[in-house]
Design a binder for this molecule. Structure first.
Ligand SMILES: Nc1ncnc2c1ncn2[C@@H]1O[C@H](COP(=O)(O)OP(=O)(O)OP(=O)(O)O)[C@@H](O)[C@H]1O
Ligand SMILES: [Mg+2]
Length: 415
């Protein structure tokens, strides 16, 4: 059995369900005295009756489980002891340190989400090369409750938190031990220069007026380090749920759904906030930007909500995981559907999507698309300078520029 904590307090218990020696999903029950604000998700209010998942884990518990290489590493390290190693087992390993406000422990254990210190400057200086990559994965994988296919770890460097926004640096509380940053790495033989690709896509997002957490590219281009946007200055964490959870889908279903319903409509349904219209504009901007930069990976887990109170208002989370995927997969298409299809939308379709789903005036929609177009033009200049300085980025950089030009012309309708 696993004990589940929300906001540092005990909320309930999770257990595997077995019938005739075969596993049949999991059962979660709240502690009888749990108050409503201790709910584990906006989709799972506190109640006496249990919350059962027919197979695997409920989406909120599955949300931060590592995928890809990190998952495989943990399986190899821990399966020996336990025989087989499924989602529930993975949760017992990475659940004590993960994104958002949920934590997991043994039923008798108290909370310990401490993460070893790792200098962010050392990662950014880029002197370790592939040795540093291996070291980070080996040391931090077991405390990295974070989803995604690309290799990445959660690290703690409270001295470097908020550094890129001068004057706004939050002072983290002294007692603070949890992770502050995400270090995203990449595998050279699969997606070369992925960190630099994402870096320039995030730069473009900033220029579109979207909220982007502080992010920095390592000198050698091997890592992208991003501040956690769910961390408060007192060292506690905000509530954070992705759109797999809001749509009651498992991680395996992250490419299922439409931008109309699974993203725009769903956000409206859960926002519960006076800022819903401003956030819908941002959401539309983000979806249009994804089309323009040819990001074919804008799936359900790459959009999230953020909140302080699970019963209160939820805001659109800052932007993350933007990549020009057609730089690697030339035939890549959208991750979710728009108007029934996954082909990149023409400007007319994107405008119609904005008018009906964001309920914006044609003039406002045009303004947003124009802003994205200008953001790409300006960022392309920066990207070009980096491409000249770093020959190893030249080929991917050229493909990115080409993709952005196609995106601007076809999806934004820019000359
Ligand atoms: N700055 C941040 N603060 C807090 N959580 C974040 C931040 N950036 C990303 N996340 C969370 O971490 C998860 C993994 O990050 P990200 O999507 O960047 O990884 P990825 O491996 O590129 O994902 P994918 O499998 O979609 O390619 C996200 O789904 C989101 O839940
Ligand atoms: Mg992602």
């Amino acid at each position: 059995m696993i004990k589940i904590w929300t906001d540092g307090a005990e909320a309930g218990f999770l257990e595997r369900r077995r019938e005739q020696l075969r596993e049949h999903g999991t059962t979660f029950v709240y502690m009888p005295q749990a108050p409503p604000e201790r709910a584990v998700s906006v989709t799972m209010p506190v109640r006496l009756q249990s919350w059962d998942a027919a197979t695997g884990l409920a989406p909120i518990f599955e949300m931060n489980l590592p995928e890809g290489m990190l998952r495989e590493r943990l399986r190899l390290a821990f399966a020996k002891a336990t025989g087989n190693f499924g989602d529930y087992d993975l949760l017992t390993v990475v659940g004590r340190s993960q994104l958002g406000r949920l934590r997991y422990s043994g039923i008798e254990d108290s909370l310990d989400d401490g993460v070893p210190f790792q200098s962010v400057d050392e990662i950014l200086a880029g002197r370790g090369g592939s040795d540093l990559f291996r070291y980070l994965i080996d040391r931090f994988a077991p405390v990295s409750g974070i989803s995604g296919v690309q290799p990445k770890v959660l690290v703690r460097d409270e001295t470097a938190f908020g550094e890129t926004t001068p004057g706004a640096k939050p002072r983290l509380s002294q007692s603070y031990r949890g992770a502050t940053h995400i270090a995203k790495l990449w595998e050279a033989n699969e997606f070369p220069q992925l960190a630099a690709n994402e870096y320039f896509c995030l730069r473009a997002a900033q220029r579109c007026g979207l909220d982007v957490p502080p992010f920095r590219l390592a000198e050698d281009g091997l890592a992208l380090v991003i501040d956690r946007f769910d961390l408060r200055s007192d060292g506690s964490y905000r509530g954070f749920e992705d759109f797999c959870v809001l749509n009651a889908r498992s991680t395996a279903e992250k490419y299922r759904g439409s931008y109309e319903t699974a993203i725009m409509k769903r956000f409206q349904q859960f926002a519960n906030s006076p800022y819903v219209f401003a956030d819908m504009e941002k959401l539309f901007t983000l979806i249009a930007l994804n089309c323009a930069i040819r990001n074919g990976d804008a799936h359900l887990k790459n959009f999230s909500i953020l909140y302080d109170d699970v019963l209160g208002e939820a805001r659109l989370a800052p932007v993350y995981d933007l990549v020009t995927t057609t730089a690697y997969l030339t035939q890549d298409r959208m991750a979710l559907t728009m108007d029934g299809g996954t082909e990149w939308p023409a400007a007319k379709k994107l405008r119609a999507f904005g008018e009906t789903r964001m309920t914006g005036s044609p003039a406002r929609i045009r303004q947003i698309l124009e802003r994205i177009s200008n953001a790409l033009t300006e960022t392309a200049v920066e990207l070009d300078a980096y491409r000249r300085a770093k020959p190893e980025f030249a080929a991917i950089g050229a493909r990115m520029i080409e993709a952005w030009e196609t995106g601007r012309r076809d999806s934004l309708g820019s000359p």
